[in-house]
Ligand binder design. Sequence first.
Ligand code: SF4
Length: 388
Amino acid sequence: MSERNPPIDGPTGSISGSEGDDELRFRDPEKADALADRLAEIGDELDDPPATVMHVCGSHEQSIAKFGLRSLLPDTVNLVMGPGCPVCVTNMPEVDEAVALAEKGVTIATYGDMLKVSGTAKSLDDVRSEGADVRVVYGTQDAVELAEDLDGEVVFFATGFETTAAPTAAVIRDDPPENFSVLSAHKYIPPAMEIVAEMPDTEIDGYLAAGNAAIITGHGIFDGLVDRHGLPVVVGGFEPLDILAGLVKLVEHVRDGDQTVENAYPRCVTRDGNRVAKEQLWDVFEAVGGEWRGIAHIPNANLQLRDEYAEYDASKRFDVDASYLREQSGSRLLHDCICGDIMAGAADPTDCRLFGEACTPADPVGACMVSSEGTCKIWHEYGGRPDL
Ligand code: SF4
């Protein structure tokens, strides 16, 4: 069996990733029921139930909610979401810098999800309605093409984890136009998992790591986390059966007290990841400490352009001073937002007094209600806790 398409051996047999294979059935209810039964069996064997396991990806939460996977989990398994929504962890001063640049007359290009995320006083949507030039793009290359079409300065307000930072790096190395630069709010997820693992209120027993980020980094990146924190990590894919099979593996490791990394997404993830993408990523970016919104200051978890690429670094090119925004007043309701606690696995969206009342997708207060990867927005879409 090739490394590209090996089977995921679940308790009900293999789930093959081979194209055109009859076994390519990621939404088979019988297999889902069998995996749920297996989870219940393992849950009954836990020494200290419930096991609290954390997934670290908005796409995992979307799939869990959409397919009602929490309804299949036994009471002995508590599944919480971690800091896996890049929009949600973008800090207010980072949004302030983009807002200040837009107010200065620079064209800002960014992902649609970023528009309604508030800075200290304003969002990019606010300044756009006041006349600033803020454009929605679907990726870094779109922003480059926009710069090629315009005469003025175009700044790509770049958010996202290593999955989107790698394409940003590739574009910067590809000699973009002189009027193009990047305001990086890119984040790097492994250090955030370590910080969350240390939080006393979180008390997680294991991680279901995001398969998409691990495609870049490789699953070997989690070896250090396992050694330092004694938690099992299972890398999981995004189809319902991927997630259930990953949870079976993870809860087995929790039961057995294993300190190990297991790859439950082998059709996409290898131990070393994408070497070309990693080389580009670390050539352009360096990891520095920074604040993740509502969570903590996290060492080595913000991606900053290296000095060699300073000409493309918008924060250096424009010497942005957004301090005037901190003197303006933003929404007072933001003080009641518990988005940080939710992303640290210490609270659920329904614990927030604003959920579905003062904070809705149409009129969001916190970033978790803005992004399609934010837990509050996902839960709101399903009418509360999405357990059917
Ligand atoms: Fe923040 Fe809104 Fe979620 Fe409450 S419901 S935690 S205010 S995003």
